[in-house]
Design a protein around this ligand. Structure first.
Ligand code: NAD
Ligand code: ATP
Length: 354
């Protein structure tokens, strides 16, 4: 499918990202594809909801992000609302989500335009809440310091229904995670955690993360959670600094919702979605987090080498004891044809073994 319109989300604080924006504009001009820059940052402009942002940019079918993982998450928030694909150009520090090196932008755009680039779909989470979340003005400046102006409070999803105690369906999608965290340094949150409607435990903790498999390598990982393949669907629940013996992650099935109910005498809690503060919960409030029907569509130049990326970006080191045991080749697959019983499995291409 040829590209009809590009939306460009660039990290404006980075020279390399501004230069790369020039390359994208030049490619678009040469191919007569309209390109709109989407300002997700400047303080003098009112921040829009993802739907409004997409509409104002003319509903692009391709969103190109120029920056790191944070910039990619900002672009994905917009793209997921219209089903646009996202091309993440790696101009950041970690680059777990970004795929394409800056030198390959034009090649990548050519591949997408010609319909040759594979598209990979990633699960997202959405939220129902006992009430519409708000961020008190006095908290906004301290929480959003160094992150640009806050996003507007989430609204209800246009197509969904509310009521009968099931809460308000919020118009949000998380590619990484929904995080509930303490607001005051010295007051933990007390939260009843329900999986599939059943009480797992009441937690006293610094915070609680509900992550997608994509988000399993972000905050959930830093809090001690496991790495999940981004090719799978699952709902990952990880507590942060839980003051109790059971502090392990629970990996729930994709159709098992996780509800977090703030206990009556808990401290207040901040709710962040993909790292952006979206609301504050008071005791008695609750949110339910569950798999969304919308998926983020990522452009790949080749099929993702997730484990190679894990090794490279997290700088995994081999056990020192193996130094004298011999070398491990980077790939493990014979060069010959795949036998029928292994045919459906994800394996590196035969050329990788050479
Ligand atoms: N202690 C922590 O590790 C911590 C604390 C707060 C938020 N976060 C994460 O930051 C995310 C938002 O990212 P940001 O760049 O706007 O904030 P940020 O600048 O605070 O980045 C946090 C770090 O997480 C990395 N990251 C983001 N998504 C990732 C993923 N899926 N896999 C591996 N690493 C990933 C980023 O590259 C960055 O190094 C949130 O979704 C949350 O998961 C992590
Ligand atoms: N669009 C932007 N315009 C200007 N400054 C930005 C923009 N996005 C982020 N910044 C600045 O860069 C810092 C890093 O932001 P963020 O972590 O979201 O970037 P990133 O795209 O994830 O890149 P990195 O991988 O380097 O973190 C922020 O604290 C902020 O000061």
């Amino acid at each position: 499918m040829p590209v009809h319109r590009v939306g460009l989300v660039a990290h404006q604080g980075r020279d390399a990202a501004r230069e790369a924006a020039g390359v994208v504009h030049a490619w678009c001009a040469a191919h007569e594809v309209p390109c709109t820059e989407i300002d997700v940052w400047s303080a003098d402009q009112h921040r829009r909801s993802a739907r409004e942002e997409a509409r104002a940019a003319g509903d692009p079918d391709l969103v190109v992000t120029l920056g790191g993982d944070g910039t990619f998450l900002r672009g994905a928030r917009i793209a997921v609302k219209t089903g646009a694909t996202v091309l993440g150009v790696d101009l950041g520090k970690v680059g777990f989500l970004t795929e394409v090196p800056a030198a390959d932008i034009a090649t990548a755009l050519d591949a997408v335009h010609a319909g040759h680039a594979p598209v990979e779909e990633r699960m997202t989470l959405t939220v129902r809440a006992s009430r519409l979340p708000e961020v008190p003005a006095e908290l906004e400046s301290s929480f959003c310091y160094g992150r640009g102006p806050a996003l507007p409070p989430p609204q209800t999803r246009p197509e969904s229904t509310a009521g009968d105690g099931w809460g308000l369906p919020l118009d949000v999608n998380a590619l990484n995670d929904v995080v509930v965290e303490k607001l005051a340094r010295d007051h933990q949150v007390g939260v009843g955690v329900y999986i599939s409607g059943r009480l797992l435990a009441a937690y006293s903790a610094d915070g609680l993360v509900v992550a997608t498999p994509t988000g399993s390598t972000a905050y959930s990982f830093a809090a001690g959670g496991p790495v999940l393949s981004p090719h799978m669907d699952a709902v990952v629940f990880t507590p942060i600094a839980a003051h109790m013996t059971f502090n392990r992650t629970v990996v729930a099935a994709p159709d098992e919702p996780v509800a977090l109910r703030i206990l009556p005498h808990s401290g207040r809690a901040a709710v962040s979605i993909d790292g952006q503060l979206r609301g504050v919960l008071d005791p008695g409030d609750w949110i339910g987090v569950y798999r969304a029907p919308q998926r983020v569509r990522l452009v790949r130049l080749q099929p993702t080498d997730f484990y190679g990326r894990l090794r490279e970006r997290f700088r995994l080191t081999d056990a020192p004891a193996t130094a004298t045991d011999g070398e491990s080749a980077p790939f493990f697959r014979p060069d010959s044809c795949v036998p029928p019983d292994l045919a459906g499995l994800r394996l590196p291409p035969p050329t990788a073994a050479r």
